[in-house]
Design a protein around this ligand. Structure first.
Ligand code: KG4
Ligand code: ZN
Length: 315
């Protein structure tokens, strides 16, 4: 049983996971409200919110799951990447617990955590390699996963991450934060073919979304666009983003013909993206987190990564 602790951005989340799969309990506190006014995360505000939330989350998790710290085999915490003030809250908390309870401490990479979110509550095949697309507010990468903990980065974004592009376009459209779900909901009512938007010209398996974001801004200022067409713009933007992902995945598949494509990170909650990938790559099994709460930052994925990447650890 592993206690996972995540605090790298704007979610304080602690979870208990057994055998790298079974969720025993999870307690999360999102800071969405605190960052709503600013339309994005203010690091100083985020760290203060984490320091208020972490102890109550931990106490509630133990109480509600009925688990005693004696039953916990190890602690896994997000070490990097993320906002340093936010990371420090989780890391200091985890180090203190590990010291008091004399537990092994696994320092995890946040992106590896997202990758293992697909192992939660399902049995994933042991066939490797697998192709992994991670898309969040802070990262956007393509990996070839050759085995547990063995990741080769094939490419990444040269500027903005997909989630960041969603958030910025949401702000331009006056929708609020976090932008992804709001843009997705609006896009459902729009025509994705109404506004053709550019596909970035980048090296194979890489991404770039700042040109797309600028194209949306210019379009909104041009006479071609009317305010009533907000839904069409949201749908066209989402479609352009999806086409960028498809292009990079096609390039990766030419180099590495795999059977499984994993989609993880906050943006993997997007149903249009999930459907488009399955539709474009019918020969692949496209796997994304089984619950939407496992797509965005959460402690369960960190515990899960801690399990699979330290299976040979002697307690
Ligand atoms: O993984 P995550 O919680 O935090 C980071 O590690 O960055 O991802 C948050 C990002 C935000 O940019 C948010 O707008 C995006 O994921 N997101 C979505 C959806 N739900 C969350 N983007 C598109 N469609 C969604 N349904
Ligand atoms: Zn994340």
């Amino acid at each position: 049983m592993i206690l996972g602790i995540e605090s790298s951005c704007d979610d304080t989340s602690l979870a208990l996971v057994q055998q790298g799969r079974e969720l025993v309990g999870m307690k999360s506190l999102s800071q969405t409200e605190a960052h709503h006014k600013t339309g994005g995360v203010v690091p100083e505000v985020a760290s203060r919110e984490h320091s208020k939330a972490i102890l109550p989350c931990f106490q509630a998790l133990l109480q509600e799951s009925g688990v005693n710290m004696k039953e916990v085999d190890a602690i896994a915490v997000t070490q990097e990447p993320g906002l340093i003030g936010s990371l420090l809250v989780g890391r200091t908390f985890a180090e203190t617990l590990a010291m008091i309870w004399n537990k092994p401490l696994f320092r995890m990479n946040h992106i590896h955590g997202h990758i293992y979110s697909n192992w939660l509550e399902r049995t994933v095949s042991e066939d490797f390699p697998k192709l992994i697309l991670t898309v969040s507010g802070g990262h956007n990468d393509l990996y070839l996963m050759k085995g547990h903990g063995d990741f080769e980065k094939l490419g990444g974004t040269l500027d903005d991450a997909g989630g960041e592009a969603f958030d910025k376009v949401a702000r331009m459209l006056g929708l609020g934060y976090p932008g992804g779900p709001l843009v997705e909901a609006l896009a459902k009512e729009g025509n994705p073919k109404r506004f053709p938007l550019p596909k970035a010209k980048v090296a194979p398996c890489h991404f770039s979304f700042s040109g797309l974001k600028t194209a949306v801004r210019y379009l909104m200022q041009s006479p071609e666009y009317q305010k009533e067409e907000r839904a069409d713009l949201a749908a066209s933007f989402q479609e352009a983003l999806i086409q960028n992902f498809i292009q990079a995945i096609k390039q990766a598949l030419e180099l590495h013909p795999v059977k499984e494509l994993h989609l993880v990170g906050g943006v993997s909650a997007n149903q249009a993206l999930r459907q488009a990938l399955q539709h474009h790559f019918p020969e692949l099994s496209v796997i994304s987190p089984i619950k939407l709460s496992y797509c965005t930052d959460n402690g369960a994925m960190i515990a899960c990564a801690g399990f699979w990447m330290n299976r040979h650890h002697e307690a």
